[in-house]
Design a binder for this molecule. Structure first.
Ligand code: CP
Length: 314
């Protein structure tokens, strides 16, 4: 493969924390180029590459759009099925990954419920590793596609006011977005009930505004990224009742009417209609939720392409 003179300086995408502004813009700009109508939808760029998708947590959007992105770039794709695998006989996750790598994988795209698994594998495997969501740690491609969506809509990210609302404590989407948006100069508010808003986050992102009062910040925000309550991570034990959560944190028609008439709604999915937002808001003309999904394919194509152009020395 030809190595460009200014290669992307990473073989793995483990999180947004380790990326620079320049890395992020390189991905967003390539995604924009791939989205242009002049570019063919399918290429042969990765046609000698084997990519294994290793999803040990459920996924609709991420798994599907990675597979589409891989196929559009011409890669050979294997979707590992954990339910019928020898992990059911007690084989460790590391052994599973080492054996899959031995079959010739050039890259693994990994989703796992435990934070740090992609980073752990990157220290034991030689193939490229992409984090497709690790527990409550990071979901880097989600933050990248969210940034792409914001830039497409507003023409910029710097200076935007973005509120991330909901289960901040357990959300890898909130963490990756907080890293990305603060690196790119947006004003970030992290909004949640006190039990879902650990105070330590303030020292991680000193420039972020932590608040439990959504109503107070409604008129100032350009975008609201609404988050699902992650019952699978025990969040429902940290809020008094669903009714009370809805009363103070749901984005509904009445609350949205108190925002700027240019503000937009985003959500990484899956949405729990009637909890973090209503169906009216999901279907609102200023909801970008399905655009986020659409942009996810070109953003993931850009990530794959750049990781394979990184020099082996990195
Ligand atoms: N946004 C997101 O990660 O959705 P999935 O869990 O369906 O992949």
């Amino acid at each position: 493969m030809n190595i460009p003179t200014n290669p992307f300086p990473h073989r793995n995408l483990l999180g947004i924390e380790s990326l620079t502004r320049e890395d992020i813009y390189q991905i967003l700009d390539l995604a924009k180029h791939l989205d242009s109508s002049n570019e063919p939808k399918f290429s042969h760029l990765l046609n000698d590459r084997l990519i294994i998708n290793l999803f040990l947590e459920d996924s609709t959007r991420t798994r599907t759009s990675f597979e589409i992105a891989e196929k559009r770039l011409g890669a050979h794709v294997v979707n590992f099925d954990v339910e019928s695998s020898s992990s059911k006989k007690g084989e460790s996750f590391l052994d599973t990954a080492l054996n899959l790598e031995a079959t010739g994988a050039d890259m693994m795209v990994i989703r796992h419920s435990a934070p740090g698994v992609p980073d752990f594998l990157s220290r034991h495997l030689h193939c490229r590793i992409v984090n497709a969501g690790d527990g409550s740690h990071e979901h880097p491609t989600q933050a990248l596609l969210d940034a792409y969506t914001l830039r497409e809509h507003f023409g910029k990210i710097e200076g935007l006011r973005v509120a991330i609302v909901g289960d901040i404590r357990n959300s890898r989407v909130a963490r990756s977005n907080a890293w990305l948006l603060t690196k790119l100069g947006a004003h970030v508010s992290l909004v949640a009930p006190p039990t879902l808003l650990p105070k330590e986050l303030q020292s991680t992102w000193p420039e972020a505004h932590l608040t439990s009062d959504l109503d107070n910040i409604l008129p100032d925000q350009d975008a609201f990224i609404m988050l699902r309550i992650q019952t699978e991570r025990g969040t429902n034990t940290l809020i008094p009742t669903r009714k009370e959560y809805v009363e103070f944190y749901q984005m509904n028609t009445e609350r949205f009417a108190r925002t700027k008439n240019t503000s937009v709604i985003m959500h990484p999915g899956p949405v729990n209609h009637g909890v973090e937002l209503t169906s009216e808001i999901f279907n609102h003309p200023r909801s970008l939720i399905l655009k986020q999904v659409a942009f996810g394919v070109s953003v993931r194509m850009a990530v794959l392409q750049l990781l394979f152009t990184a020099s082996e020395k990195y």
